[in-house]
Write a protein that binds this ligand. Structure first.
Ligand SMILES: *[C@@H]1O[C@H](CO)[C@@H](O)[C@H](O)[C@H]1NC(C)=O
Length: 120
């Protein structure tokens, strides 16, 4: 009897933690709003692919225009840099995070924390 109660308690705890994680995961998918996902937005940054791989590559006007739009929602911008689509395109978040600065965007979210990196 005693053991059964402990097992039930443990199971309840596990279910609680798993459901908490699940809620956070779903929340995390909404960084770019309800109608789109970071992976979807990453496709719009195709002109930034080379700039996101090489810190010395020049950044095109088209890339900067897209970054400027996305930068209005920094949490979306960060989520895009860490998205699977960006990763599969060979984009390095550490390099991608420097793109707003390389575009000389005046209103970029300087100091915004993107995971382990900070927007310069
Ligand atoms: C970028 O340029 C710097 C300075 O010239 C150099 O040290 C670095 O290796 C270059 N990075 C890449 C990815 O080419």
């Amino acid at each position: 009897m005693e053991v059964q109660i402990k097992v039930f308690f443990l199971l309840g705890l596990i279910v609680f933690f798993v459901s908490t994680l699940e809620v956070h995961r779903v929340d995390g998918a909404g960084e770019c709003g309800k109608s789109t996902t970071p992976d979807n937005e990453a496709f719009k940054l195709a002109p930034c692919a080379s700039a996101g791989q090489d810190e010395n590559a020049s950044v095109s006007q088209r890339c900067c225009a897209q970054i400027k739009t996305l930068g209005q929602n920094p949490s979306c911008l960060c989520a895009v840099m860490f998205s699977n689509v960006a990763k599969m395109s060979g984009v390095d978040p550490k390099v991608a995070i420097t793109i707003p600065k390389r575009c000389n965007l005046a209103n970029r979210p300087v100091g915004y924390k993107c995971g382990p990196y900070t927007l310069p």
